[in-house]
Design a binder for this molecule. Sequence first.
Ligand code: HEC
Length: 428
Amino acid sequence: MKNSATKIKILLVVGVVLLFAKILFFNGKPAQPPAAASPCPPATAPFPSYDAQFAPSDKWCLDNPNGQVFQLSQNYEDAVKSVYEPLAWKKVVTTPEDFKIKWKEYLLAVLTYAYEGNVENDWVVQRNTRRRWFHAPWMHAGSTGREFLHGLTVERPSCAAELIDGKICDDDKLSINNWAVGIYNEPGGFYTGQIWREMLKPHPNPKNFPRDGFPEGTVAIKLLFTQADLDYLKNSVKWQADIYRGAMPPQTMRLLQIDVAVRDDVSPTGWVFGTFMYHDDAPPFEYHAALPPDKQSWLKVVPLGLMFGSETSESILNRQVPVPQHFGCRERLNGPVDNPKSSCLACHAQAEVPADLDFNKLNLTYPPMACDAETDKFWFRYVNPRSRKEAEKTLSAPDKKTVSLDFSLQMRQGIERCCAAKNACQCR
Ligand code: HEC
């Protein structure tokens, strides 16, 4: 007994001496091997490309040394405001009446423009040598935010009946995952930069956002991918996406829908929205350049319609669709995965921010999207931030004190996310 007590004392003394020696010789810093550089790309600034929580693992980066990791295109300060080249669709339509006859030609001219240099480079827009394209900031945050392979974000899910028969399902039947990514051309990137320059200030004030919204000539395109393995998508474009956020390997997603939005003064709202769907049997549309075989699928898309206002007469729908469509409320345009009780422009009219950036109050003021006589008055009213009448500038005007984001829902979602995050935008 005595013996072991002495041993413990000796051990204690040795321990204390070693501790002092460590403090003296290592100057308080624990000795560690130098940190090995991560095989993954460093985080981007000022805006992250994906949420750090859902970044690729070191193992993934080591196993995929040539794997493309999504990088946000965010040099907005280099973007010029005005277009510097003739835009093909401006020659197609000069009055709103022209849309009724030439809507397909118009949409294909826009699609061709958005494809150029992007399809060839797998939509890594930084590699496009023809034109500059930009992503929207702050779509990365949270589990619905950008995944690390292509920067896709969560979309409204679908049910099979919607995608095969154009039927409408109850919300609890919507179990097919859809993810998407949108980009803006240079005038769009310019406006995005102006908004976010304000948002990064110590006390951002939406009243300082550019008054006229996006410059004429702005184009946005959104690529929508589905998890559904449908017959008509067998040869569609396939992208891998980390939709289960590391819990399962990346999944194969198939191109289903392509949306475009164009700032065009011919439209009474200032915007033209159009949508396409992929179909294996669609004849490839005429693209200006030859594409390698693995990129030909991008051409098998069918225009489903165009809209330039929320009046039912301002939607032009394709009646010869390859797959039955539900379209939007009272035959207004929307896409195969969109909410059938809404429509492109009505849903996008929610692109507004409260002047005091308190989103909780604003969200409570929206009636449900029910597609009935009562709520239609709200959702399908005329909205145009460039209108001289205050009451028409935003969806919630004039009583709710909102500032327009000119139909950009990525801008709205980004601002909402940045305001909600800790140590990010100082909104209040
Ligand atoms: C029920 C709501 C809703 C409907 C209907 C809807 N969208 Fe969107 N759209 C969104 C949201 C939310 C975003 C931003 C997040 C994202 O990109 O997924 C968005 C993003 C976009 C973008 C990228 C530019 C931007 O605004 O951020 C385009 C282009 C677009 N939509 C076009 C369309 C077209 C064309 C239609 C109709 C065929 C349509 N949308 C219908 C909700 C909707």
